[in-house]
Design a protein around this ligand. Structure first.
Ligand SMILES: NC(=O)c1ccc[n+]([C@@H]2O[C@H](COP(=O)([O-])OP(=O)(O)OC[C@H]3O[C@@H](n4cnc5c(N)ncnc54)[C@H](O)[C@@H]3O)[C@@H](O)[C@H]2O)c1
Ligand SMILES: [Zn+2]
Length: 354
């Protein structure tokens, strides 16, 4: 049983196929030479399956973790592809989480000025967010995702069975992104997470995640089709991210992306209430939902107010000028707010330390 969601982008349109067992479709990636890219952890767990199933003419593997998400790794991917004589017809296959997907997509965007690629996400975060939409890139010491390109995949194959090996802390990161999508676009999705948080905390019975993945992908597909290059509505998907990226950066990425986003949503929520844009009751509801999923709701001490502000101003969306933030209006609707004064941000952050 599988379902298909179309990302309507004209000549760059593509399908997202979702369902238990969908990974078997990777065997049908024939007709062109495939270059499979993955990380060390996914390779340990799913490498044997991939070697057997995905027809491939090359393989590249890098050490798992955000620390690998660098220009050097992307160049290493490209050099390996060149060594194996992949040409313009190459198809890169990203098997892994957001780190694998973002870097494989970026390598595909620049190798020979662009080759096709397919996403086979293996983390919940990648299934509900990063594998769809064509944002690719790497981190540099000056900031996360500062170097990259828009490059849409040709297909996204989402098989929830990969979640069976995913540690609970990684499941939680994906739940944070789903909750984010709920807060900005869909109260029903938010409520679905609220309803049974404890049964979603690990990857057992991956089937349970299918409705959440489907809805998240549907919403993301709509947003991307309406605003591929983020000149408008797509920016809403950054809810919680400006704060979140700052937290990630200030903790040298020991706090993961999803965890950062959860904390970031609490920061944005508190700020929205203080600015009179959101009700205290709904902000508390958001906080309870985040906590029930086992995610952090408070700022770690090492993320001081001045350090947070400085990191937020360095975030790529805020180059030059005041910080632009996404703030909720109600659960299911959010807006972009420009020129929020630093003093307001500071006083919201003050009350969020543990
Ligand atoms: N492009 C976008 O639109 C977009 C959106 C959101 C996030 N991102 C990016 O995604 C990245 C985070 O993605 P992530 O959370 O998937 O991180 P990740 O790719 O590092 O995966 C997390 C960990 O889980 C392991 N793993 C992956 N699949 C597994 C499985 N099935 N079983 C067991 N372990 C498995 C990985 O090896 C890694 O150690 C960040 O770099 C973020 O910037 C991009
Ligand atoms: Zn994110």
């Amino acid at each position: 049983m599988s379902e298909t969601i179309r990302v309507g982008l004209g000549e760059r349109a593509y399908d997202i196929v979702i369902g238990s067992g969908v990974r078997a479709l990777a065997a049908e990636l024939t007709g062109r030479r495939n270059f499979l890219v993955t990380d060390s952890r996914v390779s340990e767990l799913w490498g044997a399956w991939a070697r057997e199933t995905v027809p491939q003419a090359g393989w590249f593997e890098f050490p798992a973790g955000e620390q690998s998400k660098t220009p050097d790794t992307v160049i290493a991917i490209c050099r390996r592809a060149a060594e194996l004589q992949f040409d313009r017809q190459a198809r890169f296959v990203a098997l892994g989480g957001g780190v694998v997907g973002d870097m494989t997509g970026f390598a595909a965007a620049i190798y020979m000025r662009g080759v096709g690629f397919v996403q086979v996400p293996t983390t919940l975060l990648a299934m509900v967010d990063s594998s769809v939409g064509g944002k690719t890139g790497v981190d540099i010491p000056e900031g996360k995702n500062l170097v990259g390109a828009f490059h849409q995949p040709e297909q996204v194959l989402i098989d929830p069975d990969f979640l069976s090996t995913l540690p609970p802390e990684e499941i939680r990161c994906g739940l944070a992104e789903i909750l984010k999508t709920g807060v900005i676009l869909d109260e029903a999705l938010f409520a679905a997470l609220e309803r049974e948080p404890e049964t979603l905390r690990d990857g057992r019975n991956p089937e349970r995640f299918v409705p959440l993945i489907r809805r998240s992908c549907e919403l993301k597909a709509q947003v991307v089709a309406a605003d591929e290059r983020e000149s408008g509505i797509r920016a809403l998907l950054n809810y919680g991210h400006t704060f979140g990226h700052a937290v990630e950066l200030l903790s040298d990425f020991r706090i993961s992306h999803g965890e950062g986003v959860a904390i970031g949503m609490c920061c944005a929520g508190e700020l929205a209430v203080r600015l009179g844009r959101w009700s205290r009751a709904e902000a508390e509801r958001q906080k309870r939902a985040i906590a029930a999923l086992g995610l952090a709701t408070q700022l770690p001490r090492h993320c001081s107010v001045p350090a947070m502000l400085e990191a937020m101003h360095r975030d790529k969306k805020n180059r030059g000028g005041a910080v632009t933030l996404v703030l909720p209006k109600r659960i299911g609707e959010a807006e972009t707010v420009r020129t929020v004064p630093d003093s307001e941000i500071a006083s919201a952050l003050e009350v969020l330390y543990d």
